[in-house]
Design a protein around this ligand. Structure first.
Ligand SMILES: NC(=O)c1ccc[n+]([C@@H]2O[C@H](COP(=O)([O-])OP(=O)(O)OC[C@H]3O[C@@H](n4cnc5c(N)ncnc54)[C@H](O)[C@@H]3O)[C@@H](O)[C@H]2O)c1
Length: 354
């Protein structure tokens, strides 16, 4: 049964800004550019409404969401005017949400509780909670996952905390018959999906990979946070690339290496692959990719929440295997992009359970 899709966001940073602006853009455009799916089941992008938002930054809490998304330190560009949205940003539980080094210098904190989050999710009748917290916020992510379960809301883990890949959380969402998707969104055309595709191509063509690196720089608050806490991000990115050449043993170094303020919300990835072709002859691939990071994430999120709502309509609980393999860097089950795409189509058409 078609209804609107009521979404709550935890973390009103750059990716939440691009998501909220992206929804407005889709409302204004007949044929929005850059969406992989105009329709998922009965749902179009314009069926999605953001109904609740949580943060701990005193500059954002208490503001209308339409204003909070343009409040520093956010620096995602303004591509549309969203006006006031009638959604006031509420304080959520802090826990390990903000890196120690950034507390009370870069970010002045206001805190809420899990109960505040549950109350807000229930009173706004949210269907899906999207977790956009900074990398390294494992305990805070778990607090929002707990709030989602208590308020009977599906959970999307857009960042690298271990939730959709945790057996414990998988089971809890399955028992509650609520969908769970994650971990860590794979951007529309980000360094991860491009690097994976190249490694997969080489593996299929019999080229032996000797070593590869991917060095990322950017000027978003996300990059600043990563300078203090990049462990989980390095792990999800490296694992995603290495899984594309299963059985091969090669060195992979993949890391966010520097916060460079003047880049603003641009991210630049430098990639190198050294390999050996037929008769042990060397092959070297060098790629430079430059993207506006938050918008690279937002279109995919519009596909994710529509697919999650479709799963809810079908009363499917637990990890969504096909969606997560397509749209996340560290899914419960890894698959090459073209295989994951096929799984997703089959799921949307009702020919695959998850
Ligand atoms: N393209 C991308 O930018 C991209 C792609 C994949 C994954 N991600 C991941 O998505 C996450 C969000 O990215 P971003 O660029 O929006 O980051 P950001 O730093 O701009 O935003 C994070 C927001 O979370 C808030 N926050 C911190 N602790 C909180 C808590 N306990 N409760 C509620 N709010 C809290 C911060 O104040 C901030 O507003 C990051 O973990 C990032 O790695 C981003």
């Amino acid at each position: 049964m078609k209804s609107s899709i009521r979404v709550a966001v935890a973390g009103v940073g750059n990716t939440a800004s691009a998501f909220v602006q992206g929804l407005k853009y889709c409302e204004m455009e007949q044929n929005p550019i850059g969406l992989a799916f105009q329709r998922i089941g009965p749902y179009e992008a314009k069926d999605i409404k953001v109904v609740a938002a949580f943060d701990v930054d005193s500059r954002k809490v208490g503001k209308d969401l339409g204003e909070a998304i343009f409040t520093p330190p956010n620096n995602a560009p303004r591509v549309v005017d969203v006006g006031k949205l009638g959604v006031v940003v509420k304080a959520g539980p802090l826990l390990d949400g903000v890196a120690e080094q950034l507390r009370n210098s870069f970010i002045l904190i206001v805190e809420g509780s899990i109960e505040d989050v549950v109350r807000e999710l229930e009173s706004t009748n949210a269907h899906v909670l999207v977790n956009y917290l900074p990398t390294g916020a494992q305990r805070a992510s778990e607090a929002y996952a707990e709030a989602a379960l208590r308020s009977r809301v599906a959970f999307v883990n857009a960042m690298p905390s271990v939730i959709a890949t945790s057996k414990v959380w998988q089971l809890r969402f399955e028992e509650a018959r609520l969908p769970l998707a994650g971990d860590d969104v794979q951007n529309q055309l980000g360094a991860t999906v491009l690097h994976k595709t190249l490694v997969r191509l080489l593996a299929l063509r019999g080229v032996r990979i000797e070593g590869t690196y991917q060095l990322n720089v950017g000027g978003t608050p996300d990059f600043l946070n990563l300078m203090y806490r990049k462990g989980q991000k390095e792990r999800t990115k490296t694992e995603a690339v290495k899984r594309m050449a299963e059985g091969e043993d090669f060195d992979a170094y993949i890391s966010p290496v520097a916060y460079i303020g003047f880049l603003g919300s641009r991210k630049i990835a430098h990639m190198l692959i050294e390999a050996r072709g037929f008769a042990n002859v060397p092959i070297r691939i060098r790629v430079d990719l430059e993207v506006y990071d938050p918008f690279n994430n937002a279109g995919i999120m519009i596909d994710i929440v529509r697919t999650v709502k479709l799963a809810m309509d079908r009363e499917i609980g637990g990890p969504l295997i096909s969606l997560s393999a397509w749209a996340f860097k560290n899914p419960p089950v890894h698959a090459p992009p073209e295989v994951a795409y096929q799984w997703l189509i089959e799921f949307i058409e009702g020919r695959r359970d998850r």
